[in-house]
Write a protein that binds this ligand. Sequence first.
Ligand code: UTP
Length: 297
Amino acid sequence: MRNKVTKAIFPVAGLGTRFLPATKSVPKEIMTLVDQPLVQYAIDEARAAGIKEFIFVTSRGKGALEDYFDHAPQLEQELKKKGKEKLLEILRSTNMDSGEIAYIRQHKALGLGHAVWCARRLIGNEPFAVMLPDDVIAADKPCLQQMVEAYEETGGNMVAAMEVPADKASSYGILDVAEDMGAMVKVGGMVEKPEPGTAPSNLAVIGRYILSPQILRNLNQKQTGAGGEIQLTDAIAQQIGSEEGVYGYRFNGQRYDCGSKAGFLQATVAFGLAREDLRDDLEAYLHEIVAARKAAE
Ligand code: UTP
């Protein structure tokens, strides 16, 4: 029997420079998409996939993120007194049980691979998921759940993969496909942020992973890669050709890069339009401003 994936690492220790000045005081991961912080979308997705332990790798200045997961008894009491049952239910649905959540500090932003390595003692010798909360994925079946189901067949290491335009490939880790099996590909190579024109495919890795504990051992070597950072991609690439192997999984769903301004704005519109209580007003407004812009041209 394969070990179940019950632990997830959420690396949130990055500097979030693309969102300065907001990220001077607000961690990127608690910026609000419609009415939930980004991190809540990731927690909900992880829970749906069967995750029971949530490990955050944080850094200086992320206090507000840690506070977000505290229970709010006073607020709950107030809502109860006022009979605001619906809000109370929403608030309670975000509560985490004691011991379910852990915070580990990354002392310096040495890269995503290093952030994951910081959680090694809490993972031990089990497979684990890694989720980057700034990749928000709208999907009928949550992305990590799709991956866990696929992983039950393959084991090994699995990365979420998505087709990207050739001119965008140098912003991602890109897969060299050894064998294409439809939704799943067997990975023959991985390159982090390839130079323009050198990408081995247009299949990019995005922020969902299921990894074997061997990746943590690979990260012990603390090798630096692209951008002088300790890259998770490099530690995963070391497993290519090993018995456990590396797979790419083409998930069903729409991914939004909420670590970038354009991606965050697109997600705000898309998630707003998906909400029954907001759709009509938002759609009417979008039509109105697009028409006004066209008229002004
Ligand atoms: P990004 O590449 O998006 O970096 O990191 P960033 O610092 O968050 O944002 P920008 O580029 O400066 O705007 C991808 C993920 O890896 C985490 C980040 O928090 C994010 O979830 N990360 C990155 C760490 O936890 N530690 C690091 O040293 C680097």
